[in-house]
Design a protein around this ligand. Structure first.
Ligand SMILES: [Zn+2]
Ligand SMILES: [Zn+2]
Length: 132
């Protein structure tokens, strides 16, 4: 919980629930999904609370916003560098930790300054492939 104290957020029970939901979450949930999951426990929670908390975490660099899913913004609390694969059947996003060589030095030769890189894969996950 200590790491939450540095966020500059007033930690209401609802916000703490959002932070806990995200902590270690590997499902890359959308704001809607987080809202639905927590609404049962917190019937008075509003979607704006979820949305604003996510925006705040994003600004603080504690949450990544993913645009890989064309239908919904998805969020990732995992800040370790990694890539993503979207399964086009089940819409799950998978973390990809394989190193993917990107010739960054060439881009720098062309005058770009590269701060981060992220590769998006689109395909079918092993589970969906078996079901087919
Ligand atoms: Zn799948
Ligand atoms: Zn991820």
């Amino acid at each position: 919980m200590d790491k939450f104290k540095t966020l500059g957020l007033k930690l209401t029970p609802q916000r703490i629930a959002i932070l806990k939901y995200l902590d270690g979450n590997q499902e890359h949930p959308s704001a809607e999904r987080i809202f639905k999951a927590l609404k049962k426990k917190f019937p008075t929670m509003s979607f704006a609370t979820v949305y604003n908390t996510l925006e705040h975490l994003k600004k603080k660099g504690q949450l990544l916003e993913l645009n890989i899913d064309p239908k919904k913004k998805r969020f990732d609390p995992n800040l370790k560098p990694h890539h993503h694969l979207l399964c086009e059947k089940c819409n799950k996003i998978f973390d990809i930790y394989h190193e993917i060589p990107i010739p960054i030095s060439k881009l720098e030769e062309e005058g770009f300054q590269i701060n981060s890189s992220h590769v998006e894969f689109f395909g079918i996950c092993p589970d969906c492939k078996i079901k087919k």
